[in-house]
Design a protein. Structure first.
Length: 170
């Protein structure tokens, strides 16, 4: 009888810990854009862009004719008005406008610019291209960022988000 109570107690504890883990993880992912906006980060990094693209499956999305999403393989956001898309591919983010490609690091930092199908020796990392890239990122993501909810008062886990993702964006 004593073994039964110990077994049930341990099983209950394990189930509680697993449920708590998934609840916390779900909160961090669902409200990741809000937390990323309030994250203390390096000015060259863009945690909001990274969190939107990384968690596109789990965050609220705008449903209108100008913005489309593709979840086959990589999360991709298309904006038909500006003819821009943002996607993630193997630890890099890519923004494409017409035949122009803007590359970003895993932290959302602008890496370089290239014209589609051009040789890699023609990469451009100038401040002008960096400003263009930031402008295009803002154009495509601003409608999505605007509709992201704030976590309920008792469920704000900014401190846990900072611990989990802070080092990535420092």
């Amino acid at each position: 009888m004593k073994k039964l109570f110990i077994t049930l107690g341990l099983l209950s504890l394990v189930i509680f810990l697993i449920k708590t883990y998934y609840d916390l993880r779900g909160n961090l992912i669902h409200y990741s854009v809000y937390y990323a906006q309030n994250l203390d980060h390096d000015p060259d990094y863009d945690p909001v862009m990274a969190m939107v693209v990384d968690n596109l499956d789990y965050i609220p999305r705008l449903e209108d004719d100008s913005i489309h999403y593709d979840f086959d393989g990589h999360s991709t956001i298309y904006n038909a008005n500006y003819e821009i898309y943002v996607t993630k591919s193997s630890e890099k983010y890519l923004l494409s406008k017409n035949e122009e490609l803007y590359y970003f690091t895993e932290q959302g930092e602008f890496s370089h610019y290239r014209i589609y199908a051009s040789d890699s020796k023609f990469d451009d990392s100038s401040d002008q291209r960096k400003m263009e890239a930031k402008k295009y990122v803002a154009e495509i993501l601003e409608p999505l960022i605007a509709i992201q909810p704030e976590p309920p008062k008792g469920e704000k886990l900014q401190w846990l988000f900072n611990i989990t993702y802070g080092r990535r964006f420092q």
